[in-house]
Design a protein around this ligand. Structure first.
Ligand code: AHR
Length: 502
């Protein structure tokens, strides 16, 4: 801390960390619980359009402006036969889906997913089955999606109504294959061998596709980070991204530590980024592989997994986590971390997008925006251009899990073309408001054009169907910039997003 009690953020637009990839604001939709059925697709809902897609859900997803969408799983993909989900609906089989022990009707499949992506203006990111699926199945799906007509699977696409190739660019080589729970789980060497051959065939179908290799399914896995090293060493030249997954929790009900989880997120990225550097050096490669954090979110309250799962029903209510204020502050910090590691992290997909551990919940005819919706919205709308390396001077506090931590967690984006600087700040304090000064070193900013805040005095408060707008980002008074300094006061337990015209 500096000489006074005022916390300070100093911005220099020349201190660039990296270009912010728009794909950091991506989503993940799995055939699980009520994400696809009753979330995205519900023909019987009064909210359904002529294709059975829910217009209220589409509107919220458009507002969040997800840049890409990972699909169809998740654990689901490791038992998925993609050909079940195409062609006339009445001929599609109903299957017992083993990952979530649900009934899969296959009424929504690849073609419906692409239509849905087009509706919300997002880029599809398809995962192939590396569990029960073969490398041939994976290559066939690339042909179905991306080949011009004239061959079997491309013609099949055309006969299903889509003459032009879909041109799907992003492809995941399976899901969490390091996890013993995964259908068809493999050890690192066997996975790498299979992923490499799948990648080879898929790229023979379309050499322009970009592949995501399965990384560890969390930093808590016993095989972490060896799994990452081994799989990368064998597949480096064929892939563009390496995945990370992580679900945060406050199982110990230790809010001060929970609110410092960005330290764990940063550590996880730094470790896997070090593995990337090691493998690049070891393979003497000129090629770069970036990180794809393609499952991330808070998930711990709704854990009715092992005993119940889907009980062989259609669209069962599974892990419909209700998010409170402290969860939203963790999500905001996670997004701060994405900006602070924008040089190496290029894709991030929140898991998931509707009903299943999601920012929005639905009933047949209505939609609820949860607390985590709001930080996601702020970042998705405002974080563009370059990420900046801030100097943050902040009072500190003691946590059980991470020791001494700063009370402020911040990030910033500078979009030169738009003449905009955005600043995102979390005040982790449970009780103390914090006066703060923001200074710009190298530019003379004109004014703060927008100021929004999410805050409350109860970390456990949440939005409910009865009180849907209890916690939202609300506009606050935009402080004046005088002599290159803006002063404001951050309430405890708050997230603030400022837009500045430069
Ligand atoms: O998102 C829920 C599940 O969490 C996914 O299916 C799996 O990949 C992860 O373990």
């Amino acid at each position: 801390m500096s000489d006074s009690d005022t916390a300070r953020i100093t911005i220099d637009t020349k201190r660039v960390i990296g270009e912010i990839s728009p794909l950091l604001f991506s989503g993940f939709a799995e055939h699980m619980g009520r994400c696809v059925y009753e979330g995205i697709y519900e023909p019987a809902s009064p909210q359904a359009d002529e294709n059975g897609l829910r217009v209220d859900v589409l509107a919220a997803l458009r507002e969040l402006n997800y840049r890409s969408m990972r699909y169809p799983g998740g654990n689901f993909v490791s038992g998925y036969r993609w050909e079940d989900g195409i062609g006339p609906r009445e001929r599609r089989p109903v299957r017992r889906e083993l990952a979530w022990q649900s009934l899969e009707t296959n009424q929504f499949g690849t073609d419906e997913f692409i239509r849905f992506c087009r509706e919300i203006g997002t880029e599809p990111m398809l995962a192939v089955n590396m569990g029960t699926g073969t490398i041939q199945d994976a290559a066939n799906l690339v042909e179905y999606c991306n080949a011009p007509t004239g061959s079997h699977y491309a013609n099949m696409r055309a006969s299903n109504g889509q003459e032009e190739p879909y041109g799907v660019k992003y492809w995941c080589l399976g899901n969490e294959m390091d996890g013993p729970w995964q259908i068809g789980h493999l050890d690192a060497v066997d996975y790498a061998r299979k992923a490499r051959e799948a990648a080879k065939l898929m790229r023979l179908q379309d050499e322009t596709i970009q592949l995501v290799l399965c990384g560890s399914s969390s930093s808590k896995m016993p095989t972490y980070p060896d799994w990452d090293r081994i799989s990368l060493e064998r597949c480096w030249d064929l892939v563009a991204y390496h995945s990370m997954h992580y679900y945060a929790n406050n199982l110990e009900d230790d809010t001060p530590s929970y609110l410092s989880l960005s330290a764990a997120f940063e550590d996880y990225i730094d470790t896997v980024a070090a593995v990337l550097r090691y493998v690049k050096a070891k393979t003497r490669s000129k090629h770069d592989v970036y990180l794809s954090w393609d499952e991330w979110n808070v998930w711990y309250k709704a854990r009715e997994m092992s005993d119940k799962r889907g009980r062989w029903t259609e669209a069962p209510h599974l892990i419909e986590e209700v998010y409170n204020l402290e969860d939203a502050l963790v999500v905001a910090q996670w997004l701060n971390v994405f900006l602070r590691r924008a040089d190496v992290l290029k894709i991030a997909c929140i898991a998931q997008i509707v009903n299943v551990i999601a920012p929005i919940l639905t009933t047949t005819d209505s939609l609820l925006k949860q607390t985590i919706y709001y930080p996601l919205l702020m970042f998705s709308q405002m974080a563009s251009g370059n990420s900046l390396d801030l100097l943050v001077e902040s009072p500190r506090y003691e946590t059980k899990q991470f020791g001494d931590m700063p009370l402020l967690d911040a990030s910033s984006a500078h979009d030169e073309a738009a003449g905009r600087n955005s600043i995102f700040i979390v005040n982790r304090s449970l009780i103390e408001g914090m006066p703060i000064e923001i200074r710009w070193g190298d530019v003379a900013p004109k004014r703060i054009t927008s100021a929004h805040q999410l805050s409350g005095d109860d970390p456990k408060a949440y939005n409910s169907w009865k009180d849907p707008n209890h916690l939202t980002t609300r506009p606050i008074y935009a402080p004046k910039i005088i002599d290159g300094v803006a002063q404001l006061s951050l309430p405890p337990l708050s997230f603030t997003a400022l837009g500045v015209e430069l």
